[in-house]
Design a protein around this ligand. Structure first.
Ligand code: NAD
Length: 481
């Protein structure tokens, strides 16, 4: 198996240490690739290349519309290669091929959106209070950007960072999760084919504690954009203080899904399942915390349990599969620990709570769709992100009560309200302290709308015009005539 390399200053290279890492398919534990394992010195070299490229200014001084054209070319190549990219993503993450293909279409959309946005902000003249003067506000690239992404949506999360950073004229050092690097390697090949000046795009591979730590600490970095867990976020935030670099964080979630008694029952059941079991619950915006109005609670739970028991687990490449495995042995152990915590806390396990018995799934990291009822607000399984196929269900009696409870976590990423009363939907949506609120739906997101978290779910926004602004500094130019 050919060892896959890092891309630094326009060249594909092995790590200085010569170390390598095996990449595993979580469906059957097959080794699907071997990649070079970088460390601090490789990250240092990549950052130096990005710093030099930024300071030389060739990319930054490329007219914004031409930067956009390049990104359109990237989008076209992603579309042309989407089957191959999707296949790699499913091999690496275990997610269904259908989901991975949809991801590749979304990623194409992200590149197209930021390509189009690249030349739309020409700055603005503002009214100067000083006679005989003019005042202009412009946006400029931030500089060298460290971009650190997670394993659950490897290429999607990386593209939310790469596309706006390049559109704004920055130089970048990308680090995918060490367990799912394959599609990020592939997109770096695409970026190389499209052609950016040396050092503008750099890819480093390796662990967060070595490569990632250097990317957060190094004083030549101007901004670190990170998507991942909250504890990692804290470490990166601390490491970034040395030179006060800017930070942009997309962290976890414990996302409330509120179902009122007047909701369309079938839609709410469908979406409650989709909310939590999509990608086996390994989604930052998973609707893992369901709040159901008391009068329909029992009927709703019965419908959920009946359908959750029928979700087909399997190989992501099998068309009949509805859900793949969890990403790793360690991650499944974490989910299992939470299920034990739930039982100890007194929640009632009504389905799942174990691995599937099907021998064909025995080598994958599978876990059955799980539901706990009789959950209370202060339980850890209700408050903490499990990141697996585990749903907690709570009852509520009034609108005020449910809003208060939904807002009672440290997270604030996303959530939903199901009701046929549009005024109630709007009232509740306005009161929820969340970056995204869906009404009568769960999960839709697109490049045009900002994505990010209130409270400890994040800092800043990705996507939308705000996603481009994250990668800019604002300059005021005043001229005395
Ligand atoms: P993680 O925090 O373990 O790792 C994320 C990335 O950070 C990886 O590339 C890892 O190598 C790197 N890293 C780890 N330690 C580091 C350190 N000390 N310094 C620098 N980098 C370090 O997260 P994960 O397990 O890969 O992903 C799951 C988490 O990501 C969940 O909490 C999920 O909610 C979150 N997530 C959030 C969003 C969002 O949009 N808000 C999207 C996807 C995932």
């Amino acid at each position: 198996m050919k060892r896959q390399q890092m891309f630094i200053n326009g060249k594909w290279i092995d790590s200085v240490s010569g170390e390598a890492r095996e990449i595993i398919n979580p469906f059957n534990q097959d080794v699907i690739a071997i990649v070079t394992e970088g460390d601090k010195s490789d990250a240092h070299m990549a950052i130096e290349a990005a710093r030099n490229a930024f300071d030389e200014g060739e990319w930054t001084n490329t007219p914004a519309n031409e930067r956009g054209y390049k990104l359109f070319k990237v989008a076209e190549k992603i579309q042309q290669q989407k089957d191959e990219l999707a296949r790699l993503e499913s091999l690496d993450t275990g997610k269904t091929l259908t989901e991975s293909i949809a991801d590749m279409d979304d990623i194409t959309g992200v590149f197209r959106y930021f390509a189009g946005l690249a030349d739309k902000d020409g700055g603005e003249m503002i009214e100067s209070p000083i006679p005989n003067s003019t005042s202009k506000v412009v946006r400029e690239p931030v500089g060298v950007c460290s971009q650190i992404s997670p394993w659950n949506y490897p290429l999607l999360q990386a593209s939310w960072k790469i596309a706006p950073a390049l559109a704004a004229g920055n130089t970048i050092v990308i680090k995918p999760s060490e367990i799912t690097p394959l599609t990020t390697i592939k997109i770096t090949e695409i970026l190389e084919e499209v052609g950016f000046p040396n050092g503008v795009v750099n890819l480093v591979l390796g662990a967060g504690t070595t490569v990632g730590q250097e990317m957060a600490e190094n004083h030549d970095v101007d901004l670190v954009s990170f998507t991942g867990g909250i504890e990692t976020g804290r470490k990166i935030m601390n490491a970034a203080t040395g030179n006060m670099k800017k930070i942009a964080f997309e962290l976890g979630g414990k996302n409330p899904n509120i179902v009122f008694a007047d909701a369309d029952f079938e839609t709410a059941v469908d979406q409650a399942l989709n909310a939590v079991y999509f990608h086996a619950g390994q989604v930052c915006s998973a609707g893992s915390r369901l709040l159901v109005e008391d009068s329909i609670h029992d009927q709703f739970v019965d419908a959920l349990v009946e359908r959750a028991g029928k979700i087909r687990l399997g190989n992501g490449f099998d068309e009949k599969t509805e859900s793949g495995p969890l990403i790793s042995k360690e991650h499944r152990s974490k989910v299992e620990e939470y299920v034990e915590i739930g039982k100890d806390e007194g929640a009632k396990l009504v389905i799942g709570g174990k691995r599937p018995e099907d021998p064909e799934l025995a080598s994958g990291f599978f876990y059955l769709p799980t539901i706990f009822t009789e959950c209370e607000n202060d339980m850890r399984i209700v408050q903490e992100e499990i990141f697996g196929p585990v749903l907690t269900v709570e009852r509520f009696k009034s609108e005020n009560e449910v809003v208060k409870r939904a807002n009672s976590t440290t997270y604030g990423l996303a959530g939903a309200v199901f009701t046929t009363d549009s005024r109630k939907a709007e009232r509740v949506a306005n009161k929820l302290r969340l970056g995204t609120v869906w009404i009568n739906d769960f999960h839709p997101y697109f490049a045009q709308a900002p994505w990010g978290g209130y409270k400890q779910s994040g800092i800043g926004r990705e996507l939308g015009k705000q996603g481009l602004e994250e990668y800019t500094e604002v300059k005021h130019i005043f001229e005395n005539h």
